[in-house]
Design a protein around this ligand. Structure first.
Ligand SMILES: [Zn+2]
Length: 130
C-alpha cells in the first residue's frame, strides 16, 4: 500500500510508513473486530418463561391444564420485550403454577390408569359383570 503523506510504497501489512513514519490507515486484524455486545440490556433481570416445561407438561401430563401454562409462558418473553418486567414475572409465576397443576393432574391420571390396569391384570378378565 502507498503512504498517503509521502507516496512511498510500503508492505501491505506494514502499519507505519518506512519513509516518513506516518501511521498507515490499514487496520490490523485485531483492531478491525468491533466490540460485540453479548447482552443488549444487562440491567434486565432474567425471568424464566417455563415454555419448555409447559410444553412438556402439555404433551406428557394433561392437555387442558397444559394449555394455560403455555399461554402464560408465551406471554413472558413478549412482556419482557415490552419492558414489563413485573408483568413478565407474574406470567412466569402463573406458567409455573399451571405446569404443576398439569403435572399433578397427569400424575393423578397415570395413578388412576395404573390402578385400573392393575385391577384388570389381577382379576385376569374375570369381571363380576361377565
Ligand atoms: Zn510516508
Amino acid at each position: 500500500m502507498y503512504c498517503k503523506k509521502c507516496g512511498t510504497q510500503n508492505d501491505d501489512n506494514a502499519w507505519k510508513c518506512t519513509n516518513c513514519g506516518t501511521v498507515l490507515q490499514q487496520a490490523t486484524p485485531s483492531s478491525q473486530q468491533p466490540a460485540v455486545k453479548v447482552s443488549p440490556s444487562p440491567q434486565q433481570p432474567a425471568v424464566s418463561n417455563y415454555l419448555v416445561q409447559a410444553i412438556l407438561c402439555t404433551l406428557f401430563c394433561c392437555l387442558p391444564f397444559g394449555i394455560p401454562a403455555i399461554v402464560f409462558a408465551a406471554q413472558v418473553n413478549g412482556k419482557l420485550a415490552a419492558g414489563d418486567v413485573a408483568g413478565a414475572m407474574e406470567s412466569s409465576r402463573k406458567a409455573k403454577i399451571w405446569c404443576w397443576v398439569a403435572f399433578g393432574a397427569g400424575l393423578g391420571w397415570i395413578l388412576i390408569y395404573g390402578v385400573i390396569v392393575a385391577i384388570g391384570v389381577i382379576s385376569q378378565g374375570d369381571f363380576p359383570w361377565q
